[in-house]
Design a protein around this ligand. Sequence first.
Ligand code: XUL
Ligand code: CO
Length: 435
Amino acid sequence: MSALFGRSEPVVFAGAESRDPFAYRFYDPDRVVLGKRLEDLLRPAVCYWHSFGYDGLDPFGGRTMSLPWAGGTIADFRRKADAVFEFLRLLGVPWFTFHDRDIAPEGASLAEYERNVREMAGYLGEGMARTGKRVLWGTANLFYDRRFMAGAATNPDPDVFAYGATQVKTAIEVTHQLGGENYVVWGGREGYETLLNTDLGRELDQLGRFIALLVEHKHRIGFKGTILIEPKPQEPTKHQYDFDVATVYGFLCRYGLQDEVKVNIEAAHAVLAGHSFEHEIAMATALGVFGSIDINRNDDQSGWDTDQFPTNPAQLVMPFYELLRGGGFTTGGLNFDARIRRQSIDPRDVLLGHIGGLDGCAKAAIAAAAMIEDGALQRFVDERYAGWDSAEARAMLSGKESLEAIAARLGRKPVEPQPRSGQQEYLENLLLRYQ
Ligand code: XUL
Ligand code: CO
């Protein structure tokens, strides 16, 4: 079993000076950061699909890796589950995430699919009881099979909607059974390729009802976790309805779901939407819908969703600052939605990817915590808005003062606002202190 990933000794924290590539240099799970163990602050998770499903396939060539658990039988999926628990043991990470299709064979019919998923959920439950590992979130894969090529919830064919609904029902039930803390919906094909064949308004209503059905079912089965929508602007479809955090929030408000659903923000998706990762976190926090993170990075030149491991702390400091000053995770966590490269065919490469990813995040989180503890940035921002602290200023926002009344204020007491420097250079230099 231990040979699966080329070694049997668990990865441990050895300090920044360590030269051991299989040691953590910054991720010390027991280090206390902002009053919490780093493991409890970051809540790291390994994802089933990239870490145990990726075999190097790309649009130009076949697989470059052979996964010892590959195959379509229940026995293969049991071996895959055993590999997941072995990997989590080696890495010392408590959480994992999965799609229904990742954990069980699809089967020849919907009934067989459901039997397989429930059987494998039982097997995973046994492994979790034995190892203490936990489910951060589960989800249903409504994008791989050709039946979903025109979407699941947004499909023009109502039978496909019903098929997707059946999968989602099964997936949330097994997530609940396994004590999952969240349930994620990524609308992989909920969008369109061309408006020439698409009724956009109708598709939005279908998606709104689909999410409402999921929320109703969550309450019916007593699932206490959080339902999360994962925004992404495009890929695989040309336009996806869950474009970014702000779009998802508008969608939730339109369908009355804003108090029921939060967002799972993926770093690479934020950039694909033309935002920064920290923008998306700050936006979700401001709108009260921040839930969880899929952590990864794009290649700097392509900007595409290349799902690489997040090993650049300089890029991560601001996102972690926004995350931690927003209060950090409650049910969410840091899901490594990242995969090794196609030429990384040594079984240890997937371990190294996660070691670097966790170290990169730990380093950034520690820097962000220092920024919060020092308070220099926050003091600057507080000072910048200090004019709003007076009762007179706040009255303008109270809803009780009309535009006329506000205009009359200046008649009574003429003012000439004095512009002040935004001091971006000073602040960027300050940031260098922590990175
Ligand atoms: C795709 C993506 C998915 C979701 C889960 O870009 O991020 O893996 O996280 O379906
Ligand atoms: Co993701």
